[in-house]
Write a protein of this length. Sequence first.
Length: 361
Amino acid sequence: MQTRKAQLVVLLPQGAGDACTTNGTEGLGSDTRHAFLNISITPIECSVVCHTNWVKAIFEPVINRLSRDVVKRVTISKEPYLVLSVINAGMDAGNRVMELTSPLALAGIPILFITTYYSDFILVPRKKKDTVVQALLARGFECIEEESSYVSSAVMSHGRAKSQGSDPPSTPPPSSVAELQKRTFDLLKKRNVVPYICDGLSLVQCSGRDVSELIDISNRRPLSGNGHRTSWLDNMDTKLYTSLIAVLAGQPRFLSITLALEDAPSLLLDKTLLNVFGDSLVGDTEGNLVPIFLDLVDLPLEATGIVSGVAGKLVDEMSTADTGVGSELSYLSTARAGAVILSNEQSRKALEVLKPLLDKE
């Protein structure tokens, strides 16, 4: 209950109340919008990515009030992360995941990868910033470095207690994509990671509806009636936010919400929750996406190559079968879990590819 309250405090409009008084404006843009925020609830865990200041001001006080047994189930990353927003260069989704993650995996850099309705986001350790930029430049990417593009963030996870197994020994980064994939599946097999699909769980990828087009901008004032400046929330359907609160209070089976400076709110959610949001969402609400889950609770957050290894293997194996997987594959990686997201039919085929690779026989 306490952690859900903290999630709601972060999601609610900022600018008034204890949250803002305590937190100031660190991690918010000039329009009081989160520079980056992701809350993902899956059958495995609840994971939050937010500015480090919000972790200290909102989440740590809540964690300190939890019982000793519950605290053991909460993890906060030791190192801050940077968020890289990726501009779509015309590549299909699956190949884009591969092209972005493989050079970082080959450089031995741990990452989290979040596909949203508009963008791909890569989270990398802040201390690895220079290595990340060099790795991407070497592969022909252009890096536009602005202060606002790099957000000091923290990854927090709440789920089952993590086992105390030893971390994998430190080894040199792989020399090729083939070696990377082999290492990835060897590690997953060693840690007894079994891919699975939750029966009856179908997802849709949507965006919050922008109502600014319905507003007469010429008659709009820069200040609201009470003298406060308008914020980005004034352009969004408020029903989206009340619906989010209702869904979070109901402990959803699956929900991932991403707020970023340049994009409207993006949601990946259990299809059965669509009726709660009504017409506040836009996107392919008739879609039928199915996630393949990888429970990574026994792996350290610093493990490398998981996204690239798994996604790359699927693209290689399923593209040869002419399934069109490259155009639809998306990925959500959180602190303790990974989810490969495909259409219903392709997810079943992808599971057939993954299971033999992770079967210990």
